[in-house]
Structures are given as structure tokens and as C-alpha cells.
Design a protein around this ligand. Sequence first.
Ligand SMILES: [Zn+2]
Length: 165
Amino acid sequence: MPPLIAEILEANRHYVAGQPTIPQAATPTKGLAVVTCMDVRIDPLALLGLSLGQAHVLRNAGARVTEDVLRSLVISQQALGTRAVILMPHTGCGVLGLDVGKLRPLRGDAGEPPRPLDFHPMDDLAAALAEDLRLLRGSPWIGQDVEIHGLILDTAEGSLLYPGL
Ligand SMILES: [Zn+2]
């Protein structure tokens, strides 16, 4: 067994032995979905005062509204009843100013040409947030009664700023 997997399975045995409290239902009890970054410094539930079972948390590089985030939000809302979305990008994000031109396919031997990827680059946090809020609010996939808000997380402090976008 690969050492990484052995380590993970050992940790999981401890988790299970601790008899974790796992909610019965898959429906978020706060009716909320949060979109944030994959950054390791972010503990979304803790900093929002939430616990397991209360909200969907969607994470990707940059907390951007990608096609997959939209797909997940539609399922979150139409199949699991959430009625509010918070987009929560953060200061010092690794995607800010990232030179995506340097990202490239690493294998050319798979037969077909590599599918192009949109890395959703951003140079300005507030501008990217405003763009993503606009995109969600204008999407025919999102009901008009769904609350859509943006918060900016100060990564070092763990504090939230409401930019009123
Ligand atoms: Zn980030």
C-alpha cells in the first residue's frame, strides 16, 4: 500500500473510533452554500460559525464561479433546498496575479490534443468577486429568490469584510 494511503487510513480509523457526530440528513440545515478557495489556511465552517450539516462548502482555486461551481449550486438549490449563496474569496490568494500562461499540459502522448482549461485568472479580488456575483445573479440557472452575497476573507486575521457588492 502506498505510504500516503496507509497514513490516511490510519488517521481515518482514529476518526471512526472517536464516534464522530455525522448528521442524518444531507440537506443543509441553514439553507446555505458557501463558495471559497482551496487555500489551506481557510477553515470555512469554523470562521463562519457553522458546523457539519449546516451548509454546502464548494472550494476551488480562487473561489471562482466556474461551470462546476454553477453545476453544484444548481444541485444544492434545486435538489437540496439551499436558498442563499455566499462567495468568499480571500486576501493573499495564490490565484491573484498568477501567470496562467505558464501552466501547460505535461503530457503530449495521450493521443488527443489536451483540452484547453480556463484557469479563471484574477488580478483584483474585488473586481473578480463583482464579476462572479454578476454572473450568478444573471444566470438563468439560479432563481431570483436566491440570496447571493459576497464576503472577502482577511486570510491572516480570519476576519470577514462585507464589500456590499
Ligand atoms: Zn486562494
